[in-house]
Design a protein around this ligand. Structure first.
Ligand code: ADP
Ligand code: SF4
Length: 690
């Protein structure tokens, strides 16, 4: 299909200092949970994006020196020869597909508490970094940097830049954002210095400027130098000579780097969930940058619409369409637009399971793209599934898991029939995507249905509830059961001991609300699931005008939402909607009028009036259909997958189904274990021993 000419603008080459990007698609540095301990996993993950058409592919933050150690979060380093070897695998993979490789040279300063290397954290003025949103990171009091420390920091960047060039990187970032050390110099709240690096904005940008110069000099102008800078706070600070301090900073640095990468300051605003933030949310903070510099500018905004991308360039907001999440959900996004296949884009849904993986310390996981992080380990390609099968498969259930299984099995060459009991496909997302803010999550269904409708040999049937006899009569060679899970009214006791199911008048689960139960207010929502459902149901009920109280056994609303950057925004939404919330309490009883609560640590009892209770705790999987068929010998090949197999996040259901489909009637999968390059394997030694 021909590409609409209006998208041509996205595909011309653009210069970045001494380098040329082949188009305007720029995968900015983002956390992946992949470190130098898994060089091949990382290389395959990043290389896939180069194959998918991104002009620039960056690796994540890369420590320049052991005094910047982000543990227990996974992080990469460029400290020595072994690190150069590890990164070289990635840059080779990126270059093999014609893209430029970028590295984000990083010093965390007070935001890196050096749990492993045990260096005293560095800072401009001894002010601890307060803004960390992940509770288990302590804000150790950092050391004040003296003139020698500043010289060292500049030298470490220069030396890391030389190593980066030897590792094959084309673009080297100086990172003055997200609370890290050069950013702390930019912000007067962290920088109280009275020397040439503190006071006026001119002085506060000096360190960043010197780092840019040092990186350029160290690599003799052969590599492009990018500056990544957070502008949210600076833009809110008045300036006597410019509209804001952000304007002043960009003006001072306008000629210094070869590229500006501009962003927000905090994970929850920078990588904000779609539930609370639309596409292009950074624009109001970064829209002025191009008016103050002739250098190219890249920025992000969860862009998946090519029309929005064109608009960003045409309106002079950005030169490059930056992406982290959209490139994870669809590494082939640029190629699809280039080939006029924008309908095939696997659009990011903005759920932030990817960022939660980094917080969890594991490789990136993605709801939309089950192959993310599995490119090397399992050899999975996001677009190519080997056509190696024949025969028929009946899939029972057309939710995320059933549809994912159908797509992958169809691509393998099976004749696929999907039977769904409801009037529409979508499973749990039919209702969940109608909860406040979750509309974009339906992209999980839209993408798969769109692809399935193009596949020959796939039959899709709604209003087709299957019983065991129907399945047997159908006579497929293989049967996949993806019938989902249901919410229970089980309670939890103190000490996380499971309590029995609550039976009584006006006790509901999310499934009851989805089925249209008429809820009376005042209503209480008891949440010990702690992911999105409890808070989204509370918002949904409040939006219907019900007096709503949210009760949780955890210390905050949607406590696991700290992992997905939702938590601060959930609290804001509760305040706006007038939802009362009570923490550290469990429900002991409910008689339809009075809710009995107990404090989880002290056992102290409270009672509140309520006419309805919604329990959001546990889901039960399993499938009566599967049980009726299993072990009967008919069908011979029977698989249980998705939430019916193990209820979890949508990402888990999609992954399970993808894996089941790859492995159905196939040879045993080969799973590779990655290993780091070690100094002992190499001749030279570096500074890492410090
Ligand atoms: P998952 O996340 O694992 O895909 P969902 O609950 O989202 O699970 O989807 C399961 C789907 O299976 C639902 O749409 C449900 O209507 C359908 N389903 C359940 N039992 C049957 C059945 N016996 N026949 C056909 N469809 C069924
Ligand atoms: Fe987008 Fe969710 Fe995938 Fe992250 S996990 S890239 S937010 S779809």
């Amino acid at each position: 299909m021909a590409r609409p000419p209006r998208f041509d603008l996205l595909f011309g080459p653009v210069r970045i200092g001494p380098k040329t990007a082949r188009n305007r698609f720029f995968q900015v540095p983002h956390a992946s949970g992949m470190t130098n301990a898994n060089p091949h996993v990382r290389a395959a993950f990043r290389g896939m994006k180069a194959e998918g058409g991104w002009a620039v592919v960056s690796t994540g933050a890369c420590s320049v020196h052991p005094s910047s150690d982000d543990s227990p979060f996974p992080f990469a380093s460029l400290w020595d020869e072994a690190d150069i070897r590890a990164h070289r695998v990635m840059t080779d993979a990126v270059h093999a597909h014609g893209a430029l490789a970028a590295v984000e040279l990083w010093h965390g300063g007070a935001a890196a508490v050096n749990r492993t290397t045990r260096h005293a954290p560095l800072s401009p003025s001894g002010v601890p970094w307060m803004a960390t949103h992940v509770g288990f990171m302590s804000s150790a009091r950092p050391r004040v940097m003296d003139a020698g420390d500043i010289r060292n920091l500049i030298r470490w960047h220069a030396e890391a830049a030389k190593r980066a060039e030897r590792a094959g990187f084309d673009i080297l970032y100086v990172y003055a954002g997200m609370g890290y050390l050069p950013y702390q110099f930019l912000l007067s709240d962290y920088n109280h210095r009275t020397d040439a690096y503190g006071g006026s904005v001119r002085n506060r940008v000096r360190l960043t400027e010197e780092l840019i110069d040092a990186v350029r000099e160290a690599t003799g102008g052969r590599c492009a130098v990018a500056l990544r800078v957070s502008l949210q706070e600076l833009r809110s600070r008045p300036s006597e000579v410019a509209p804001s301090e952000a304007h002043e900073v960009i003006t001072h640095l306008s000629d210094a780097p070869d590229l500006f990468d501009v962003k927000m300051d905090y994970s929850a605003t920078d990588c904000s969930p779609s539930r609370f933030t639309p596409e292009g949310s950074h624009e109001p903070m970064v829209d002025f940058v191009k008016t103050l510099t002739a250098k190219p500018v890249v920025g992000v905004g969860r862009f998946t619409s090519p029309d929005t991308m064109v608009s960003m360039v045409r309106r002079g907001v950005l030169d490059f369409i930056g992406a982290a999440r959209p490139s994870i959900a669809d590494p082939f996004l640029p190629r699809k637009i280039e080939e006029g296949r924008e309908d095939d884009i696997r659009e990011c849904i903005g759920c932030n399971i990817c960022i939660s993986s980094w917080h969890d310390g594991v490789w990136v996981r993605c709801t939309q793209n089950p192959t993310a992080g599995e490119e090397w380990r399992r050899g999975w390609h996001p677009e190519i599934v080997r056509r190696d099968a024949e025969g028929s498969v009946l899939i029972v259930g057309g939710g995320p898991a059933g549809l994912e299984a159908a797509l992958t099995l169809g691509r393998r060459g099976f004749r696929v029939t999907v039977a769904e009991a409801q009037r529409d496909f979508g499973g749990r997302l039919l209702w969940e995507s109608r909860l406040p803010g979750l509309r974009q999550w339906f992209r999980v269904v839209d993408y798969r249905l769109g692809q399935l409708r193009k596949l020959p040999g796939v039959a899709l049937h709604v209003e087709s509830r299957m019983e065991a006899a129907d399945v047997r009569d159908f006579g497929a060679d293989h049967v996949v059961i993806a019938t989902g899970a249901r919410w229970t009214a089980n309670l939890c006791g103190a000490n996380e001991i499971p309590a029995g199911s609550l039976v009584g008048p006006r006790v509901y689960t999310p499934d009851d609300i989805a089925a249209g139960a008429e809820i009376e207010g005042p209503v209480a929502v008891f949440d010990f699931d702690n992911y999105y459902m409890g808070s989204a149901v509370a918002e949904h009920l409040a939006a219907r005008g019900l007096d709503t109280t949210y009760v949780t056994s955890a210390g905050s609303a949607q406590s696991w939402g700290v992992m997905t950057n939702e938590q601060p925004l959930v609290h804001q939404a509760f305040l706006k909607a007038g939802i009362a919330y009570r923490t550290l309490e469990i429900v002991e009883a409910f008689d339809g009028e009075t809710l009995s609560l107990a404090q989880i640590f002290t056992g102290e009892r409270r009672q509140i009036a309520a006419r309805a209770l919604v329990v959001v705790g546990q889901r039960a999987g399993g499938s009566a259909l599967y049980d009726a068929l299993a072990g009967t010998g008919e069908p011979k090949s029977l698989v249980l997958t998705g939430d019916a197999n193990a209820p979890g996040a949508i990402a888990h259901a999609v992954y399970q189904a993808h894996r089941a489909a790859r492995e159905l009637a196939a040879a045993a999968p080969r799973i590779r274990r990655d290993a780091p390059f070690a100094m002992r394997d190499l001749d030279a030694c570096g500074e890492a021993a410090q």
